[in-house]
Design a binder for this molecule. Structure first.
Ligand code: SF4
Length: 323
């Protein structure tokens, strides 16, 4: 006789999944495809999620890393991660029609970097080398910006202690992620201008706070997100550091029933670029695998939205009236 699986509880984090910046970027690509038709070129993957990009690719979005791949005069959208001024210049030289889907919170960091550069600061950017957002931010003051990933990087900086130093951060790092590096900066440069708490992206902070509580209440935490998503990978690390076993999955099919054996509590969350449909499909799969009690673990409420770029606002009104 086949044994029934042990009943398990499933706690689903709230907030989870799409942040305001990701919703904003995806809405822009959909609106541009609706109103101008394909092809629409997008510099870099609009957000780091395979399912989202495949859906948009099927509608006619073409993701490129190099502007040389974009025919002169075409429509080009910048992804949520933002671009450097050099990319904007290259787009202008190729007479590309640009619509900017950079998350406004990333733009805020770019403007801070420009302001610090004008005020003659050396700028330390806390972030991950090679991340597309970091590349864009570094490009705003290439002569006076220094990337630091760790406290050791701060020690190795070739700058005198008396130097005027200001700090900006990659938006997908939380207060916890940056604490050690900021402490090292304060030790090395006592007068450094460090970021206000406001500079940390609300969505990153909220998702990490939620996953900590999820990890405290669950033996296993599943995080839905693409392997290329910095914030989803970080949620896995935070859950592990908080004492739970944790796995990154891209979709419901990735759940291995063996992970659930002998466990009675499972937690589920999703990175900031993961659509809610993937969360719901995963909940259904987990129900079939014995997670019979499903509940929410709410740690914050979010009501952040960003206004569309001016050139698309009338398109949105038009869509609402079906004209
Ligand atoms: S995680 Fe934060 S900074 Fe990044 S796109 Fe979302 S809202 Fe913007």
């Amino acid at each position: 006789m086949q044994q029934e699986p042990t009943p398990k509880s499933l706690l689903v984090a709230s907030p989870r999944g799409f942040c305001a910046g990701v919703s904003y970027a995806i809405e822009i690509v959909d609106l541009v495809l609706d109103h101008y038709g394909p092809p629409v070129y997008v510099r870099h993957e609009i957000v780091h999620n395979r399912h989202v990009c495949e859906r948009l690719r099927a509608r006619g979005a073409v993701f490129v890393d190099d502007l040389a791949e974009v025919p002169t005069g075409s429509l080009l959208i910048y992804s949520a991660h933002g671009v450097s001024p050099a990319v904007r210049k290259a787009a202008a030289e190729r007479a590309l029609r640009v619509i900017d889907a950079t998350c406004p919170l990333v733009t805020k960091v770019h403007l801070e970097a420009l302001r610090f550069a004008r005020q003659d600061y050396q700028i330390l950017l806390i972030g991950h080398r090679g991340h597309v957002e970091v590349e864009g931010t570094l490009g705003h003051a290439p002569d006076r910006m220094h990337l630091v990933e760790t406290a050791e990087d701060v020690e190795k900086l070739d700058l005198p202690t008396s130097e005027r130093v200001a700090v900006v951060t990659q938006t997908t790092l939380s207060v916890d992620d940056t604490r050690d590096v900021i402490d090292a900066i304060r030790r090395r440069f006592p007068t450094a201008r460090t970021p206000d708490k406001d500079d940390i992206c609300y969505a990153t902070q909220n998702r990490q706070t939620a996953v900590k509580e999820l990890a405290a209440a669950s033996e296993l935490v599943l995080v839905i997100g693409s392997p290329t998503s910095s914030n989803a990978n970080r949620l896995v690390e935070v859950a592990k550091n908080s004492g739970a076993d944790a796995r990154l999955i891209e979709c419901a099919d990735d759940v291995d029933p063996a992970w659930l054996a002998g466990r009675t509590s499972v937690g589920l969350t999703a990175g900031a670029s993961t659509p809610e449909s993937l969360v719901q499909e995963t909940i259904e799969r987990l129900r079939r695998l014995g997670c019979t009690q499903v509940g929410d673990l709410e740690t914050a409420r979010e009501n952040v939205t960003f206004a569309l770029p001016p050139e698309l606002r009338d398109k949105k009104v038009c869509e609402a009236r079906s004209c």
